[in-house]
Design a protein around this ligand. Structure first.
Ligand code: V47
Ligand code: SF4
Length: 385
């Protein structure tokens, strides 16, 4: 394997003995520890971390790069919480500035995709006190009645924690209730940075690390798979990132219920942390590489291209990433005519397939649980832009 030879050569030539030891461990398939994770962030060059991460990526997945045809429902952007990094929500006190969808309006969004080959609906939004557990259970039942085979991935641990507490249910009771209504899996949002030193500064009023982890653990115990995120590139130090990953890695050792780890790049537009500079591309790629090396029990590493940009998402496929996410919408071609990259909120499947092929990787459409829907490698390239 070419990536193995490249990694072996780099490790052999490395002058920093601590990095060399870390590299040797990774080549032997051994787990790196907390301090070694921090050393990788602080001392490794991007090529060193990246080459090792690419070796691990190719050992696990070869060139396969997954994507999923899904659509989003955002029930509301009104939120009782006030995370400083959030550009999306409107405070409950100013709820007239936000939107709230009824369950029929949300069902109509699902119906818009009738006959389209989507496999998943991702439901996520602000935390609205009037949208309670019963409301969402009813919504999920309606969706399943209309389209039983559509996978419902919904609600961050932040939304669930609030719903369960309002309903006066334990986490287990609440999770069972939604699972019985048809909730299939959970996204990874709301994790941010677990360590209280940072969490208290950026989102001090929502569920804490222990609460977030307990909700995911309970979901795993009920047989549901979930994802995990980390919001990086703001106030945190490298060790806070490793602390976050360590807590996730420990839970994964116990439950094996996580599918995908998703580092999310902090974007500073239009929020209370606009004074904080965004991370560089080099820093972004290093984040992916160290994530791939540290999260050795997470099968997948995902880049969320709307936050990262398309070209950087392509680049990330050489730094450990094997999954690309973001809206794929073959029904909104209008955007591709509308102008700039930033204004275009969706990619068509053909565009995403080409993005992956341009960097010589193998595009594979998957469902939520990583069952292969279609391998696009043998198709002729489709011209675009
Ligand atoms: O938890 C909010 C993040 C997350 C900003 O599980 C921001 O498949 C950057 O978790 N800059 C929600 N990030 C999105 C999310 C997600 C996305 C795609 C796939 C999956 C999945 C999960 O968005 C929040 C927060 O960490 N976020 N504001 C910002 N200014
Ligand atoms: Fe924004 Fe979510 Fe925080 Fe609400 S809980 S303010 S929607 S990041």
């Amino acid at each position: 394997m070419q990536s193995l030879r490249a990694a072996q050569k780099l490790v052999k030539q490395e002058k920093n003995s601590r990095l060399q030891q870390i590299g040797e461990k990774i080549l032997e398939g051994k787990r790196i520890n907390f301090d070694e994770g921090v050393i990788l962030f602080e001392e490794a060059s991007l090529p060193f971390a990246g080459t090792l991460a690419n070796y691990v990526r190719e050992k696990l997945h070869g060139d396969k790069t997954y994507f999923n045809r899904n659509f989003h429902i955002e029930p509301t952007n009104v939120c009782v919480f006030a995370c400083k990094f959030c550009s999306y929500s409107r405070l409950y006190a100013h709820k007239e500035e936000g939107w709230e969808l009824t369950s029929d309006e949300m069902l109509n969004i699902v119906k818009k995709y009738d006959g389209q080959p989507v496999t998943e609906v991702h439901i996520v939004g602000g935390v609205h006190p009037k949208m309670n557990l019963q409301f969402f259970a009813e919504l999920i039942r309606k969706i399943k009645l209309h389209r039983p085979d559509l996978h419902v991935k919904g609600f961050t641990a932040v939304e669930l924690d609030y719903m369960f507490r309002k309903a006066k249910m334990t986490v287990e009771e609440g999770m069972r209730f939604l699972h019985d209504a048809g909730l299939d899996s959970m996204p990874g949002g709301g994790a941010e940075i677990f360590h209280p030193e940072i969490r208290q500064q950026i989102s001090d009023d929502k569920v804490n690390a222990e609460g977030w982890l307990n909700i995911h653990k309970t979901a795993h115990k009920l047989g549901m798979q979930t994802n995990a995120t980390l919001l990086y590139g703001h106030l945190e130090k490298y060790w806070h990132r490793i602390d976050h990953m360590e807590r996730l890695r420990q839970l994964q050792d116990e439950t094996h219920g996580f599918n995908t780890f998703i580092p999310l790049k902090f974007r500073n537009g239009d929020n209370e942390m606009s004074n904080v500079a965004e991370s560089s591309i080099v820093e972004d790629m290093k984040m992916y590489a160290v994530s791939r090396l540290y999260m050795d029990n997470f099968p997948h590493l995902k880049a969320y291209w709307p936050m990262l940009g398309r070209q950087n998402a392509q680049l990330s496929l050489n730094f450990g990433v094997n999954d690309l996410d973001g809206t794929i919408d073959d029904t909104t071609k209008i955007y591709s005519m509308a102008g700039s990259e930033e204004q275009k909120p969706a990619l068509s499947t053909a565009e995403l397939v080409n993005l992956i092929k341009q960097v010589k990787r193998e595009p594979v459409e998957r469902d939520t649980l990583y069952n292969v829907v279609k391998n696009y490698n043998d198709e002729v390239e489709v011209a675009w832009n």
